[in-house]
Design a protein around this ligand. Structure first.
Ligand code: B12
Length: 589
């Protein structure tokens, strides 16, 4: 543990969605109400973990700096000053989620301003989709396309570190999936051939991340989300376990669907990690934390046998962690499945996204299950001992009017009434963007959508809109942007009332959510009025006056974040075991 290498080969930077959000007056609205992060989207891609693991295994030093979380954590944190002091061989910036269009490019500009000779590498889903436009920004040197960047990035980093003192670029042309600029500034697009069909070597291993924290003596920069303080996260370090890359389903609005990934990530079919390895990953994680473990991807996706193998494995282990399972479809044999889960793990929770109560709308979206099947699933899950069953509903669907949305909220009331407090519904709008590459985005007319922005530059600017209404990239034949926003607030108010009625939330929580939604409604009209002002500086001045009010809604608008937290045991992170494992792994090298 003697070396503290302050100049790692690669520094992965995670930008805030908007740079510098602390200075821009923006009402982001409920765009992040369905996820643990704020609308700054401070959570970095989980793929950072497998990138760190793969590169470190191959002798490179990698450090993660979550600039977004550091900036949220402290008003005085100076990202520019921090970047100025860094001296890696390359910077890697994720442009995975489209809302980072403005922030990731601003951070790249800062890297270039202070370090014109250090290469800047982009990667992630949005970088892949918009690669042709992205590579033309002067602050971008390289893009690695695809959902599996580990190996091409390793090859690129080896080439960069070997060529540090030479001007030869020829070896870049053999790196798969790479998009780059040659010495004459010409864009070169290498074949997109690296799409692994097997992902067993990418474990869900968080030890390498803690090893990195030890090495750079910087845990604050690693905090994956809601980094108000590292202590809070240490209390609730929910840990994801990735089961696959790709998906078997084709939900029309999902940028990670089968067709979407075939279209822009060249992925012909999903790759699943072996079920025995999923069990091993989970058991390993339980040694370091007693926090909830979120299994990403429905275990039933590749078939019942896969799910049953994972569960049989878990049955042999003993742990108290709450496991969270996703359902992408209704379970064909719910009684048997939920009973098996109950036999295999002590604490379990579920989530499903029926999106609407209207079965015909759900079918257009690509989800064919019936309400009666959902109710059956909930019943069997709860009867078997499930602690909590979350349901997600969406606004902005084909054929969906605001009336239909409010009927969906009625159905939420029915479910809470029938099943009690363990059933927790959420409602959200597709926001800020319908995912590029998804079926609805690529064939908007077919589904009654109008896509309002197409280029990366339009998205970059959209993120600076004063209110989320103007950032929305779509409207439907059935709802304009105004109606989508208005309906989201109406649905939020109604669901909030039902939640207090059925005892899911307390009075204080009800009141604060109601006040926030009403404030958001008022601010929406005020922003509309301000938008009519022609003089840019007068407009900006008026918006700046509202910024303190906008900032009261950063944490959430229609759903309070704490209601999204899964049940968990106390004293979550077993730091001693984690440190021990990190040190052992460090010594192995
Ligand atoms: C799990 C998941 C989540 C989780 C966890 C996210 C996380 N921390 O990664 C949660 C639920 C929190 C989430 C939130 C959101 N998500 Co999400 N999510 C997924 C999901 C289902 C799986 C992702 C996964 O398994 N990744 C596997 C890991 C191993 O890969 P990876 O993280 O993508 O990283 C690899 C590559 O992308 C690349 N890469 C990534 N970064 C970089 C950087 C560099 C420099 C390089 C070279 C490469 C590189 O290399 C990595 C390793 O190979 C996908 C759908 C899908 N089928 O993929 C949607 C998906 C990625 N999410 C999406 C969206 C829109 C969001 C939200 C913006 C939604 C919202 N409005 O709240 C938020 C953003 C949250 C934030 N940043 O704070 C869209 C993205 C579309 C787009 N182009 O913008 C997707 C495609 C589908 C969807 N609608 O859900 N999400």
């Amino acid at each position: 543990m003697s070396i503290v290498n302050l100049n790692p080969h690669l520094i992965l930077l995670h930008a805030p969605a908007v740079y510098d959000f602390r200075k821009h007056p923006i009402m982001y609205g409920p765009i992040a109400d369905g996820v643990p992060s704020t609308p700054i989207f401070e959570m970095y891609p989980i793929g950072f973990f497998s990138i760190v693991e793969h590169l470190e295994k191959n002798g490179l030093n990698v450090r993660i700096i979550n600039l977004a979380a550091r900036m949220l954590g402290s008003d005085s944190f100076d990202a520019e000053k921090m970047i100025r002091r860094l001296e890696p061989s390359a910077f890697g910036i994720d442009f995975h989620w489209l809302p980072h269009a403005q922030g990731s490019l601003e951070v790249a500009k800062i890297c270039k301003r202070y370090h014109p000779d250090i290469p800047v590498i982009f990667g992630g889903f949005s970088a892949t989709y918009f690669y042709e436009e992205l590579i033309r920004y002067p602050e971008v040197d390289f893009i690695i396309r695809g959902d599996s960047a580990e190996e091409p990035l390793l090859q690129l980093m080896k080439t960069i570190t070997q060529h540090k003192h030479s001007s030869s670029h020829s070896s870049f042309s053999t790196i798969p999936n790479l998009v780059w600029k040659d010495n004459n500034g010409e864009v070169r697009i290498n074949p997109f051939t690296h799409v692994p069909t097997e992902i067993n070597k990418f474990s869900n291993n968080y030890v390498s991340i803690f090893k990195s924290a030890l090495k750079y003596r910087d845990i604050k920069s690693l905090i994956p989300f809601h980094g108000w303080s590292s202590h809070e996260w240490l209390d609730y370090p929910i840990t994801p376990v990735i089961t696959c890359r790709g998906c078997v389903h084709n939900c029309i609005f999902c940028g990670g669907s089968r067709n979407a990934l075939a279209m822009y990530c060249n992925r012909g079919k999903p790759a699943f990690r072996d079920p025995q390895l999923i069990t091993e990953d989970i058991v390993k994680i339980t040694r370091y934390t007693s926090a909830p473990i979120f299994i990403i991807g429905d275990l039933l996706q590749p078939g019942e046998e896969y799910a049953y193998t994972v569960l049989e494995g878990l049955k042999k282990a003993t742990f108290e962690n709450h496991l969270v399972f996703e359902l992408f479809d209704s379970v064909p044999n719910p009684k048997e499945y939920f009973e098996l889960i109950a036999e295999s793990v002590e604490n379990f929770n579920f989530e499903i996204s029926p999106d609407t109560h209207d079965e015909s709308i759900r079918a257009v979206e690509g989800k064919r299950y019936k309400n009666s099947e959902i109710e059956e699933n909930i019943k069997w899950a709860l009867d078997s001992g499930c602690n909590r069953f979350d349901l997600f509903f969406m606004i902005g669907l084909p054929f969906q009017t605001c009336e239909s949305v409010l009927e969906t909220v009625d159905w939420c009331g029915h479910l809470m009434d029938k099943f009690g407090k363990r059933v927790v519904p959420f409602i959200l709008a597709y926001s800020p963007f319908i995912d590029p590459g998804c079926i609805a985005y690529e064939n908007p007319e077919k589904f009654g959508y109008k896509i309002l922005f197409k280029t990366l530059e339009e998205y970059r600017k959209a993120m600076l809109s004063p209110s989320w209404k103007y950032a929305l990239n779509y409207e439907t034949e059935w709802m304009t942007r105004d109606e989508i926003v208005d309906c989201t607030y109406q649905a939020g108010l109604k669901l909030n009332t039902l939640k207090v009625e059925y005892g899911l939330i307390d009075w204080d929580s009800f009141k604060s959510t109601e006040e926030r939604i009403k404030l958001a409604v008022d601010l929406t009209s005020e922003i509309d009025e301000i938008n009519e002002i022609n003089d840019t500086s007068a407009r900006q001045k008026r918006l700046m006056q509202l910024k303190p009010k906008f900032d009261t809604m950063l944490n959430s608008v229609i759903n309070e974040k704490m209601h999204m937290e899964w049940p968990a045991a106390k004293r979550n992170l077993k730091i001693f075991y984690l440190l021990k494992a990190a040190i052992l792994e460090y010594l192995k090298r």
